[in-house]
Design a protein around this ligand. Structure first.
Ligand SMILES: Cc1cc2nc3c(=O)[nH]c(=O)nc-3n(C[C@H](O)[C@H](O)[C@H](O)COP(=O)(O)O)c2cc1C
Length: 217
């Protein structure tokens, strides 16, 4: 698959088949993820891969925590978003509503509970960073995340980044035995997309390019 095609086609996948992922396929995807650029080539990413019964146990634990704490996916903003910005989020997910209606699911429960279960993907990946690094090195993790999602897509796999796991960090840390000197940055659901699910019809739009650029010629 051409890179341009992968970039334009990739989208977050929120319904997966039950097919397990062979370890060599996961390694191929991660091998490509770590080709991402990083400051001074420090490669600050660390991956924890969870599958099988452990993945099921982790999902159940996070789901239980969500039902107790009810912390939802949020814009991660420092204050109320201006209308133009909040409209981006609302427009994006409005396209999901027909599929949720079809399945009789509420948006909040689907996104929050789904995120905690990694949308029932066979594999969950947690990306951590050594706390010795400053938060600027998040950029490197972001680059690796981008590569990971594209590498997976090029192999016919689907991904969904899961930021919500940070709300349930304590449980995650204990379950995966992640030491205090490692920061949990992001999770990723990985598996084969279930193209029969209406959920995967969602393709979020992008605002016009002009909204993001200033030119100095
Ligand atoms: C840092 C980050 C955190 C995210 N966290 C979640 C999440 O917790 N749950 C979820 O369903 N999607 C999550 N997403 C996926 C975004 O909702 C998705 O990328 C965005 O709506 C654009 O859609 P697309 O990926 O299909 O292009 C996250 C994406 C990023 C980059």
């Amino acid at each position: 698959m051409k890179l341009e095609q992968a970039i334009m086609e990739r989208k977050s996948i929120r319904a997966f088949t039950k097919d397990p992922l062979p370890r060599d396929v996961i390694e191929e995807v991660l091998q490509q993820a770590i080709q991402a650029p990083s400051a001074i080539n420090l490669q600050p990413w660390e991956f924890t891969v969870i599958s099988g019964e452990e993945k099921e146990r982790l999902s159940n634990l996070l789901l239980k925590s969500y039902r107790e704490k009810r912390i939802s996916c949020s814009p991660g903003a420092k204050g109320p978003l201006p209308a133009q910005l909040s409209a981006r989020g609302e427009q994006s997910f409005a396209t999901l509503n027909p599929a949720l209606d079809e399945l009789g699911l509420s948006f909040n429960d689907f996104i929050n509970e789904g995120s905690c279960r990694f949308y029932d993907a066979p594999v969950a990946i947690i990306i951590c960073m050594n706390t010795i690094f400053s938060h600027r090195r998040y950029l490197c993790i972001g680059a690796a995340l981008g590569y990971l999602t594209l590498a997976a897509h090029a192999r016919g796999l689907g991904t969904c980044p899961i930021g919500l796991i940070n709300a349930y960090e304590d449980q995650l840390r204990e379950f995966l035995d992640i030491p205090d000197d490692r920061e949990i940055v992001i999770g990723v659901a990985l598996g084969y997309p279930d193209w029969n699910s209406p959920i995967n019809r969602l393709k979020t739009p992008r605002a016009p390019l002009g909204e993001f650029i200033r030119w100095f010629d």
